[in-house]
Design a protein around this ligand. Structure first.
Ligand SMILES: Nc1ncnc2c1ncn2[C@@H]1O[C@H](COP(=O)(O)OP(=O)(O)OP(=O)(O)O)[C@@H](O)[C@H]1O
Ligand SMILES: [Mg+2]
Length: 413
């Protein structure tokens, strides 16, 4: 029987903090038990710029999640984003001294350690070392070398690094809100975990999570993550453009964008108008929807262009047969996938979180892809934990044992 372990995940976004409490369902699926969301504050472009406000927003979201599931959250997996995230692929080689014995789990760990060694500045730290593939005596790649024979073992890893201060600030904020941090996970990896299909992973696809302040990218190629990056431009830039050009309050621009906006002037919108709040002597004014969409299109094209430049720079633009999977709140802009296909000439679709049960009507939108993906990572980690652990306090049952330090490299899904 499966261990019934409950985990919490916190997505500290630029516009909202989302907390998800989940466990494993009967069929081994992720089952969402509780959820809390609070407007974010104290974040700019995915990075904390005001510790007090961020801590308060996290505490509010955690409290709501606790109320929704009736448990107290003691520890959680937390997502990190921001332009300071960088990644690279690295190779490591080890010799197997006795070729008459099969390659062991220890050998695999040794080669991963060798492939995880890179020189980084002292103000940065390694967040993830993810195996991409193994080669026994330099022949074709194998997915797992354990049990095979050879005198040389190579491994390639994808290494993701982050600014140490950004990780520290995030950890301190979450801890300040009364929750211990089990692990910090790069957000695009989390989003990819619940929006990409197996086929897309194998044939190559880029998950593009367009949030409020950051657009984060995770490229999958031949089944494994190959590149990750975060760009400091996203949905709030569209709102700011509208507010500036239409000279209206942000709240009004945000509402028009979400309720009536589109990434290009669709034929059915051509002759429509929209009422927005105004500054000055008038309280309201009427503007053509066409004008709104043209403003949104200009910035959407810029974001897509920056994604394409990043993919070309990393050498994956022409390799990703399945194209782009757009997710995050910003991907809900009507017509964005069509615009991406037209401008970049590769397939694109909007990715909603999949592979979970519970509260689907509340969290089944692209804006919760990161939080649900973080919960999936937390559960996977928990499944690999050596001992039964808990990060929750049930009312009246006392404190369970805290989550042990897992110290395990993330494995590709
Ligand atoms: N229907 C919609 N149409 C267009 N944009 C939308 C819609 N719904 C939400 N958004 C935008 O999505 C963005 C928020 O997305 P999300 O919740 O994924 O961001 P976040 O996780 O808080 O931020 P980040 O990931 O950048 O740190 C906001 O800019 C919001 O305006
Ligand atoms: Mg986000």
């Amino acid at each position: 029987m499966r261990r019934r372990n409950t985990v919490a995940a916190i997505d500290v976004g630029t516009t909202k903090v989302a907390v998800i409490v989940s466990d494993l369902g009967e069929r081994g699926e992720l089952r969402v038990l509780g959820f809390g969301v609070a407007p974010a504050s104290g974040l700019s472009r995915g990075v904390i710029d005001n510790i007090q406000s961020a801590r308060q927003a996290i505490a509010t979201a955690v409290e709501k999640a606790e109320q929704s599931c009736g448990m107290r959250i003691l520890s959680a997996v937390v997502g990190i984003s921001g332009a300071h995230i960088a990644s690279q692929n690295n190779r490591g080689i080890i010799a197997i001294p006795d070729r008459s014995r099969p390659i062991s789990v220890d050998d695999r760990a040794r080669v991963l350690e060798a492939a995880g060694q890179i020189a980084i500045p002292t103000n940065r730290q390694i967040l993830h070392v993810i195996p991409r593939g193994y080669w026994v005596e330099g022949t074709d790649p194998v997915s797992d070398p354990v049990g095979m024979y050879g005198s040389r073992l190579d491994a390639e890893t994808h290494i993701i690094t982050a600014a140490t201060s950004a990780v520290q600030n995030l950890t301190k904020c979450v801890e300040g809100a009364g929750v211990q941090v089990d692990e910090v996970i790069v957000e695009p990896l989390a989003s990819a975990a619940c929006v990409l299909t197996e086929q897309e992973r194998l044939q190559g696809a880029a998950v593009v999570d367009i949030g409020g302040g950051t657009t984060s990218i995770a490229v999958y190629d031949e089944g494994a993550v190959a590149h990750t990056a975060c760009l400091p431009i996203a949905g709030s830039h569209l709102t700011h453009d509208l507010a500036r050009v239409l000279r209206c309050p942000w709240e009004s621009a945000e509402r028009v964008k979400c309720e009536r906006g589109a990434a290009w002037v669709m034929p059915d919108l051509e002759h429509e108008t929209v009422e927005i709040a105004a500054f000055g002597t008038q309280s309201q004014k009427i503007v053509p929807l066409r004008h709104v969409c043209e403003i949104l299109q200009a910035r959407s094209e810029e974001i897509l262009e920056m994604v394409a430049i990043e993919l070309k720079r990393a050498g994956y633009f022409d390799r990703i047969a399945a194209g782009l999977v757009l997710t995050g709140g910003g991907a809900q802009l009507r017509g964005l996938a069509e615009l991406a296909e037209a401008r970049l000439g590769i397939p694109a679709r909007v990715g909603r979180p999949e592979g979970y049960t519970g509260l689907r009507d509340l969290i089944g939108t692209p804006a919760f892809a990161t939080a649900i993906g973080l919960a999936a990572f937390a559960l996977a980690e928990r499944e690999h934990a050596a001992e039964p652990v808990a990060s929750f306090e049930m009312p009246g049952t006392g404190i369970f044992k805290r989550l042990l330090s897992l110290g395990r490299a993330l494995m590709p899904q």
